[in-house]
Design a protein around this ligand. Structure first.
Ligand code: NDP
Length: 504
């Protein structure tokens, strides 16, 4: 929620849009870099359709410069005492907290997400990542394995230059999550934001340098998918961490396989949210609302297949619709607004297509289903929060990732049945179970095929919790100590303490 302190800083009027234009498109070796030969990237404010900044996609020269600066800086960074690496990351966290208001306004302009969300969810989660990995930097240790007099010791060493490729839904958070873990382990980073949301990562890069990060260790390169492909194939990139869709993940993983590069894949989902008949109804409805409509439904781990027990369904739907009706759509910069537009007009068309498809497939529309009219924002990509019931497992709205505010309610009768149906998907990112029965909660979650699970809540993601998917939803984990394993590798050293013999 918006704090009094944040509200007092305002400038939340239309004039803030004029300040969205960055100094230049890319941030390389501690400075802004421009190359106007690159294809134009128009950054559009999704609430109004206005172009608020104009940038350029990276040319081959820009890509080379970014990777070369990262390569140059990485060796010394890896040899920097870990406690010093940690101090720099923690200073970056402090700066992000101090600038939370400005960073949140920028996140709102970049994505259209309401300021009420961005002020609590974006720069602050980035700051938490810098704090967390800053604290862990000194504890990235190996082990000593005694073997009689001789012994083996291991070290966790950096991978080298890591490429981060971001999706458009959480541009600040993704830039920080990938950067914090990579830098703590002694790597350098080249980050390519989605071309739809190019603004926020540049601020992250600036803040890191201000916090004392040596130049060249965190570079931001803008571009379309072709820039991503060129970076993925670059021989000086050792690891790729992608947040994006499954088809992009498949392409990037295949390309990375050519050179046996390390990968982390944070991909899409169609996660189940299971409500048993004994669940606390307000908690379950809150979980379903947060798990479908926060960020206008543009969250990979959303629980878009809401399985509700037959005995609970009518009551659940009645309470849900009462609350969904009250969601306030509007000006994203108004602190009272709860739901903003979708990221773009093209994405809105896709989501509206699924809203129509649900009705054609025979699902019953309980609420929404159309473009939303917001006074003063007629060209914005607003859609109504939408709820379908009577959804069956084979409908496309229950099988495909929509990435918008579209909830499908599916009725079930018993535990084995709902587990089987919940697992009947190629995705495996997340899942949640709502019940007051402690044993059932653990029993069911244990059998669900998903990497990130919740009991009696949904989409809570503290940095301490490993995050990632199974099946087609991904490979590797972000956040928590687990991410350190994906940004470093083990080097083992056998130390012979006696003489050695040879058979010939
Ligand atoms: P995309 O897969 O379209 O794009 C992701 C990123 O990859 C973009 O920066 C994109 O650049 C880039 N890219 C596209 N093609 C290539 C390529 N061949 N090589 C290298 N890079 C490439 O995803 P969206 O941006 O549309 O984001 C939505 C998706 O992200 C959803 O599926 C969602 O579930 C997933 N997601 C997953 C999360 C997770 O943690 N599991 C979190 C958030 C979102 P460009 O945009 O310029 O084409």
């Amino acid at each position: 929620m918006l704090s009094a302190g944040a509200a007092a800083q305002v400038p939340l009027g239309s004039d803030v849009k004029a300040r969205a234009q960055p100094q230049a498109s890319h941030y390389i070796d501690g400075a802004y870099v421009e190359d106007t030969d690159g294809r134009v990237i128009d950054c559009i404010y999704p609430a109004t359709g206005e172009v608020i900044a104009r940038l350029h996609s990276a040319t081959p020269a820009v890509i080379e410069r970014a990777v070369a600066s990262a390569r140059r800086a990485q060796g010394e960074w890896e040899r920097t005492v870990p406690a010093e690496r940690g101090r720099i990351l923690r200073r970056a966290a402090d700066i992000m907290r101090e600038r939370n208001h400005d960073l949140s306004v920028l996140e709102t302009l970049d994505t259209g997400k309401p300021y009420q969300e961005t002020i609590v969810a974006d720069a602050l989660s980035g700051a938490e990542a810098f704090e967390f990995y800053g604290g862990l930097a000194s504890s990235i240790n190996g082990e000593c394995i005694p073997l009689g007099e001789s012994f083996v010791y291991t070290k966790r060493v950096a991978l080298g230059v890591c490429l981060g490729i971001g999706a458009w839904n959480y541009p600040t958070q993704i830039a920080c999550y990938k950067g914090a873990a990579a830098l703590a382990c002694g790597n350098a980073v080249v980050f390519k934001p989605s071309e739809v949301t190019p603004l926020c990562a540049l601020q992250v890069a600036e803040i890191l340098v201000e916090a004392g990060l040596p130049k060249g260790l965190y570079n931001v390169v803008q571009g379309y998918g072709d820039v991503g492909s060129a970076l993925v194939a670059h021989p000086d990139i050792e690891k790729i961490s992608l947040t994006g869709s499954v088809p992009t993940g498949a392409r990037v993983m295949a390309a990375a396989g050519e050179d046996i590069k390390h990968v982390t894949m944070e991909l899409g989902g169609k996660s189940p949210l299971i409500v048993f008949e004994d669940a606390d109804i307000e908690t379950a409805v809150s979980g379903a609302i947060l798990g479908n409509f926060y960020s206008t439904g543009q969250i990979c781990s959303n629980g878009t297949r809401v399985f509700v027990h037959r005995d609970m369904r009518a009551e659940f739907e009645a309470r849900l619709i009462e609350r969904v009706r009250a969601i306030r759509l509007g000006d994203p910069l108004d602190p009272e607004t709860q739901m903003g537009p979708l990221i773009s007009a093209a994405h809105m068309d896709k989501v509206l297509g699924y809203m129509q498809l649900g009705q054609q497939e025979g699902a019953r529309l309980l609420y929404g289903g159309e473009r939303a009219e917001v006074e003063g924002f007629e060209d914005g990509s607003f859609v109504q929060p939408t709820v379908f019931t009577g959804v069956s497992d084979d409908m496309r709205i229950a099988r495909e990732e929509i990435f918008g505010p579209v909830m499908s309610i599916l009725e079930f009768e018993d535990e084995d049945e709902v587990i089987r149906r919940a697992n009947d998907t190629g995705f495996g990112l997340a899942a949640s179970v709502f019940t007051r029965d402690l044993q059932r909660a653990h029993r069911v979650i244990d059998r669900i095929q998903a990497g990130t699970c919740w009991i009696n809540t949904h989409n809570v993601m503290p940095v301490e919790m490993p995050f990632g998917g199974v099946k087609k939803s991904g490979v590797g984990r972000e956040n928590s100590r687990a991410a350190l394993d994906h940004y470093s590798q083990i080097k083992s050293v056998y130390v012979e303490m006696g003489g050695i013999d040879a058979p010939y």
